[in-house]
Design a protein around this ligand. Sequence first.
Ligand SMILES: NC(=O)c1ccc[n+]([C@@H]2O[C@H](COP(=O)([O-])OP(=O)(O)OC[C@H]3O[C@@H](n4cnc5c(N)ncnc54)[C@H](OP(=O)(O)O)[C@@H]3O)[C@@H](O)[C@H]2O)c1
Length: 339
Amino acid sequence: MNTKLPITGDTVIEQEMIQLASGQQVPSVGLGLWKIEQDATAQVVQQAIDCGYRHFDSACDYGNEVQTGEGLAASLSKGIVKREDLWITSKLWNTYHRKEHVRPALEKSLHDLQLDYLDLYLVHFPIAQNYVPIEERYPPGWFTDPEAAYPVVEADRVPIIETWRAMEDLVQTGLVKEIGVCNFGCSLLRDLMNQAEIPPAMLQIEMHPYLTQEKLTRFCHESNIGVTAFSPLGAQSYFQLNMAEDDESLLKHDLIKGMAAQHERSPAQILLRWGVQRGTSVVPKTANIDRLRENMAVYDFSLSDEDMSAIAGLNRDRRFNDPGDFCESAFNTFLPIYE
Ligand SMILES: NC(=O)c1ccc[n+]([C@@H]2O[C@H](COP(=O)([O-])OP(=O)(O)OC[C@H]3O[C@@H](n4cnc5c(N)ncnc54)[C@H](OP(=O)(O)O)[C@@H]3O)[C@@H](O)[C@H]2O)c1
């Protein structure tokens, strides 16, 4: 569905929204905040609001929630936007899965973001790590003890339902409107739904034309779970981390470039439009003002059914963000979750 969202000055952007089971609506394009440098974050958040962004995808682990909060507070205090017009997501880090740690973790994110509630709180990974107290190290990251001679990721034995019950309590207290998960597959989702009193409202997963996740997306849509695509530009986020090969750029793919020329759009806009048109939310990250505008300008054109199928045909089940790979190379620990 479409909603007109007025933004600064006279500009009005008609954004498409995805509707959750509760009836809550999420702007289908949000700003991803992973890897935005701390000293740039507050300004980028304000620029994004000025460009029409109303949906922000944050997380404890991104290490910039304080600066995100400064940016949000500045725009809110100037009256550029109202709190109820924003959709703010954050994520529970792996070290806080035990039931007694969930609420303090959420309260820390709320404090940093200068908010009194979140629209959506997601379990970041189906991985429970040993607890690291907030006062000891924040954000805690992947290592239990980064100073150890051979630092590793230490798993904790916490069932997902224990974490989920504590997430449900956050909804009951009004600190969070919706709860969901990231990086889950159908089996974990089914098990969670079988036990949940409040079903997951949203699944956030890596998704782009090289990883189309057709069955998982269909399962979610048939189960009334909204879907958010992270890394919607594919390899783009992973070059700087040496987690993608030079020839894996979707922005340079002939099919995407051809469609971009045909629609007089950029390759990134084609990828984002494809995500929006599939009924998913997309949360592209950029710290660049021109690309902020570019990534939001995907509501005034559409792809044909043939375009949509041709893009989906690029799928090669290529996952760039896989703990089964990066945890071993970067964190000395073999930690597969998708196999
Ligand atoms: N739940 C999870 O486990 C998880 C995992 C990964 C990501 N996420 C979320 O998803 C968000 C997006 O994913 P992502 O950051 O991995 O990848 P992405 O948004 O697909 O790609 C970001 C990269 O593309 C560049 N870029 C952005 N817009 C562009 C454009 N129009 N043209 C060319 N290049 C462009 C950015 O550089 P510039 O900044 O220089 O523009 C950056 O290098 C994250 O920020 C985070 O919020 C969640």
